[in-house]
Write a protein that binds this ligand. Structure first.
Ligand code: TRP
Length: 418
């Protein structure tokens, strides 16, 4: 009833209304929509998240063929398969970044990871594999934020354990092949206290965002600790180049952030704030999620060992997990499969091949043969097992070579050379 509403309710509602009109930091979700937040990903259908709907809910732009061919033309290189297959499917202001690149003006890359569990799984590699390609292709500096503080606030974990996990994760990231001359990796706990400019930017950002706004963007409630409420400023700060004076001096260099789409709320907020601080809005490239073995309703999660292929798994573990758990879109019997064919849209093994099988022709052939029923689930799984075994064992070899000294080099604040 109108008369029961308090003055505060009315003010809050007006603030929300204003926010919707004036900013992109709004998710226009309905009740029956998929849940996509930095903490929860849940699809309402077995085919997984409805990414088309997310594009319009979040108000980002689709990565279309024009954008991909513009990237190819400018870089004189075939686009990465994660881009060609629209696994990176959404963006904000990527054309602005390409305009800069075209004019030989600088930009930098920023990505990150919330260190959790000592072992990463293969889904965690996706943003880093793609970021490495971007770094190589555009020849630009890269900063990687490890948000150990975020994990401390959201999980039940102590500093000592977090320090170890952060180091282990950093080594896995370095093993993806980043160039030490162009890459700065930092943990929030070790770096922020050493860099007044970073902290100043955090506080500048904090000053621009109200409690009401973070409630609206992240769903924080009255009983969330104040650490969580101010954390978004920590993840936003690396989008301002002056947070890294040893790399950029005081220059306002535009930033491009490759990330999974669940991180977008942080950067919608950042994009609202940046112009107020007279900085360019960070541009974004968003990926879809890497689905859990059990099916695309959720993303792969390290906290459920049976939902994940870990980077520490043995060849045998990989084989057993795929055979036992990978959700199949095939028929229940060979006869049924041959008659009706398999459904690639929900078949997890096929989905994984899209992420990791680089050969376009082979992938297309598999898609055809599986859909027609000619290729059986067992064979599809066999192909995937071989690819993942190779990926993981090669990763393990590269990982062995990452010593503490190498890690220290990456984490030292220093000038980057591009
Ligand atoms: N919050 C992210 C996570 O939990 C970590 C992160 C920090 C990040 N900065 C980022 C991810 C920038 C992508 C881009 O994994």
């Amino acid at each position: 009833m109108e008369s029961n509403r308090t003055f505060d309710d009315i003010v809050n509602q007006n603030i929300e209304k204003n926010l919707k009109q004036n900013s992109e930091a709004v998710d226009d979700a309905d009740d029956e929509d998929d849940v996509v937040t930095p903490w929860t990903v849940n699809a309402s259908s077995v085919a997984g998240i409805d990414y088309d709907k997310l594009l319009s809910r979040f108000g980002s732009s689709r990565i279309d063929d024009d954008l991909i061919s513009r990237i190819e033309k400018l870089t004189n290189k075939k686009a990465h398969h994660l881009l060609r297959r629209k696994i990176f499917f959404s963006h904000r202001d990527m054309h602005e970044i390409l305009n800069k690149y075209e004019k030989n003006e600088p930009f930098y890359l920023y990505t990150g990871r919330g260190p959790s569990s000592t072992s990463m799984h293969c889904g965690h590699l996706i943003p880093f594999i793609f970021t490495k390609w971007l770094q190589e292709t555009f020849n630009v500096p890269l900063v990687i934020q490890l948000t150990d503080d975020e994990k401390y606030l959201w999980r039940d974990v102590d500093f000592e354990t977090l320090r170890k996990i952060t180091i282990e994760n950093a080594k896995d990231i370095i093993a993806c092949g980043f160039d030490v001359n162009k890459t700065f990796i930092f943990s929030d706990f070790t770096f922020i206290g050493q860099c007044p400019q970073f902290y100043q930017n955090m506080v500048r950002i904090q000053k621009c965002v109200t409690f009401n706004q973070v409630k609206g963007i992240f769903g924080f409630g009255d009983s969330d600790c104040i650490g969580k409420i101010s954390f978004p400023a920590v993840q936003a700060a690396p989008s301002l180049s002056s947070s890294f004076p040893f790399i950029f001096g005081e220059k306002k260099v535009p930033c491009l952030i490759p990330c999974a789409i669940d991180q977008d709320p942080y950067f919608r907020m950042t994009r609202d704030v940046a112009p107020k601080l007279k900085y360019p809005k960070p541009a974004l490239l968003h990926s879809t999620f890497f689905p859990a073995l059990q099916g695309a309703k959720t993303k792969m999660s390290a906290s459920d060992p049976n939902s994940s292929i870990f980077l520490t798994d043995s060849a045998n573990q990989i084989k057993n997990k795929i055979n036992k758990y990978a959700f199949s879109g095939g028929g229940t019997t060979v006869e049924e499969h041959k008659e009706k064919g398999g459904n690639c849209d929900i078949d997890i093994s096929y989905q994984y091949l899209k992420f990791f099988l680089e050969d376009d022709d082979r992938l297309e052939q598999i898609q055809k043969d599986y859909s027609s029923g000619e290729l059986l689930t067992g064979h599809l799984k066999k192909e995937l097992i071989a690819i993942l075994q190779k990926l993981v064992s090669e990763h393990q070899e590269k990982r062995k070579l990452i010593t503490d000294e190498i890690l220290f080099e990456f984490m030292k604040p220093r000038k980057l050379i591009v």
